[in-house]
Design a protein around this ligand. Structure first.
Ligand code: 1HN
Length: 351
């Protein structure tokens, strides 16, 4: 049998002597590097809109959209403070635009999604086409597309921004530039993209205008809600998800953006869902109604009651269960397409 003392001393000396050469022994970190199951540092969290809104309005008094470029309060995961991240791979924020303001035109590698939370009359312009924003609309800013936002209505407009910022940062692949004009010139009538791609039809001769990203950059709430209501009436719901649809890139059938999947679901009144877990951490925005989410993982068990315009995050491989007494509609997004592209996506539906 080896005497423990000399071995420990031998090892300690080895670590100390090789440290200047930036050498580290794998055996000290192996378990943490390859955990038996995902061990995310993220924690579940909920942001109540009634708590957040006053700070958004104070931000509106403190800085203009022009000065801020984007007037956003970042929803930071409590366990990832300072990293501008809601999960290890995703960013979330709430953006405020006031009547008469313009958030100036720029473009970047990072893909963005918007989910309109409050107010109407604001627009986002993508590649020369404006889309008016209504509550519940899901809007895309494709990677590298010029985009600016403006507001010609009368009351504050707030939307959820979801971006793949932490992913692009991890890959060190991000570029960005500002436009020379504040608002981009309008070159297409409103609704052109929807007319071309939004009716299960597509122009006979075209290239995908945004490459791997959907050519539809606005998915109106009226259409998504109509579909969910129809299915609630006429088709059986799912014991885990209620009625859940994923948004698609109409040219591929895949996710609207290469890095993020988006979903909308309706929980019927009296829904008490079964538990599930998935490797893609997901961010939720409550479009309508009230409900409850129970989340277990990382040695913790939490329950949040949610109301319209609240936001919450379910970290990777946490077991979650949804319920709603009177029914609700939820929008959500995750990094699922990346997991799927890498062949590492996993989902477990529990009894
Ligand atoms: C961005 O371009 C927007 O266009 C929102 O509204 C949030 C966060 C980081 C980097 C770029 C927008 C952003 C962003």
């Amino acid at each position: 049998m080896n005497a423990p003392h000399p071995t420990a001393a031998l090892r300690a000396q080895l670590y100390q002597d090789m440290d200047p050469l930036n050498l580290t022994p794998l055996w000290e970190v192996l378990h943490a590097l390859v955990p038996p199951q995902p061990a995310t540092p993220c924690v579940p969290a909920l942001w109540r809109y009634q708590d957040v809104r006053p700070f958004l309005m104070r931000a509106g008094e403190s800085i203009t959209a022009d000065e801020a470029v984007r007037r956003v309060l970042i929803l930071e995961n409590p366990a990832l403070r300072g990293q501008s991240a809601i999960t290890q791979s995703l960013y979330a924020g709430l953006q405020l635009i006031l009547p008469g303001e313009v958030a100036p035109s720029h473009r970047h590698t990072q893909s963005a999604l918007r989910f309109v939370v409050e107010g109407s009359g604001a627009y986002t312009a993508v590649d020369g086409e404006r889309a008016t924003m209504q509550p519940g609309d899901f809007i895309i800013t494709p990677s590298r597309a010029w985009h600016d936002h403006g507001h010609e209505g009368a009351a504050p407009v707030v939307w959820l921004d979801g971006l793949d910022i932490p992913m692009v940062r991890f890959l060190d692949a991000g570029f960005a530039e500002n436009a020379s004009t504040k608002s981009q010139a309008v070159s297409r009538a409103q609704g052109t993209s929807y007319a071309r791609f939004g009716h299960n039809m597509a122009p006979v001769r075209h290239d995908a205008p945004f490459g791997a990203t959907s050519p539809l950059f606005s998915y109106p709430y009226a259409r998504s809600r109509e579909a969910l209501e129809h299915l609630e009436r006429d088709a059986p719901g799912d014991a885990w998800d209620g009625i859940k649809l994923r948004y698609v890139n109409p040219l591929t059938g895949g996710s609207p953006m290469p890095t993020m999947s988006t979903f909308m679901q309706k929980l019927p009144a009296g829904f008490s869902g079964k538990p599930w877990r998935q490797t893609d951490g997901a961010v939720y925005s409550v479009a309508e109604g009230h409900g409850e989410i129970a989340i277990e993982g990382g040695g913790q068990s939490l329950r949040f009651d949610f109301s319209p315009r609240d936001h919450f995050v379910i970290p990777s491989w946490h077991t979650a269960r949804l319920s709603s007494k009177r029914g609700c509609v939820l929008f959500s997004y995750s990094d699922r397409p990346v997991h799927q592209a890498l062949g590492i996506h996993r989902e477990e539906r529990l009894p």
